[in-house]
Design a protein around this ligand. Structure first.
Ligand code: SF4
Ligand code: SF4
Length: 255
């Protein structure tokens, strides 16, 4: 079963045939936003003074206006409000969905709403939902970087596969990911993608990263074609160079 760990830009469902039907959906409201009852507000503006996040401003009509993207839900404004007209209302922060794709694959996608900072939490929930389905194997497609979503994607995994291209920015990003993996005590291997773009740099990747390289995937335009057709390359063209290499890597890893 696949889990899309890139909650800010989920695309795994699209890459695997698009959504045929949603089997389950969970919505999360981790954030609370200050909401002002204007009918009772006296326009004293004490709430503006107390907000440490500059999330409240005076509107042109004299009433306070809350910027929902800046509000941290701390509740200070509600505490000082003499009219007791501020309440903290839940705001949707993320959605986790178990989906059957057009190719019949089951994927759990994670998705945060605009302005939400709960990426790590949403990815954690997505992995929990996948575990509930009791599949033989769970593959988490993590976002790039070392942020909360990535930490939630890789914590506790049996194997971290670091996909790297033979280009300085990609190798620098992989180093940071590996440093994170080391701190978590994870078993790690690398796969070099588009290795033929720079053969010399590709050969050095293992030494530079200090982990075993288990495969070198060639640049193959079939991969781009498969994306355009909403299919994994292995399904779109099993005889392509990329597909054959990916299959070899998979066989090496799972024995
Ligand atoms: S503190 Fe309360 S009454 Fe005063 S402006 Fe803010 S919301 Fe209105
Ligand atoms: S809840 Fe906190 S962050 Fe939000 S508007 Fe009130 S004081 Fe500012």
């Amino acid at each position: 079963m696949g889990v899309d760990g890139d909650a800010e830009a989920p695309d795994l469902v699209l890459a695997c045939g698009g959504e045929r039907r949603a089997l389950r959906e969970e919505r999360f409201a981790e954030l609370r936003i200050a909401t002002i009852d204007r009918g009772r507000c006296t326009k004293c503006l004490r709430c503006i003074d107390v907000c440490a996040f500059d999330a409240i401003a005076r509107g042109s009509d004299g009433y306070p206006l809350v910027d929902e993207y800046l509000c941290e839900g701390c509740g200070a404004c509600a505490l000082v409000c003499p009219a007791k007209c501020v309440s903290l209302e839940p705001r949707l922060s993320g959605i986790v969905k178990l989906v059957e794709t057009g190719l019949g694959l089951k994927i759990v996608s994670s998705e945060i709403t605009a302005g939400s900072r709960a990426t790590g939490h949403v990815v954690h929930k997505a992995r929990e939902l996948a575990k509930e389905m009791n599949p033989e194997m769970i593959v988490v497609d993590s976002a790039a970087g070392i942020g909360c979503a990535v930490i939630s994607s890789i914590v506790g995994v049996d194997l971290l596969i670091v996909v790297v291209e033979p280009l300085p920015p990609s190798i620098a990003g992989a180093r940071r990911m590996i440093e994170l993996g080391k701190r978590m005590g994870l078993r790690m291997v690398a796969v070099v993608n588009k290795h033929d773009l720079n053969e010399e740099a590709s050969r050095r990747v293992g030494d530079e990263l200090g982990i075993e390289v288990v495969g070198y995937v060639p640049y193959d335009p079939t991969v781009i074609e498969s994306y355009a057709h909403l299919q994994p390359v292995l399904h779109y063209d099993p005889n392509s160079r990329a597909s054959k290499t990916l299959l070899e890597i998979f066989t090496t890893l799972v024995g």
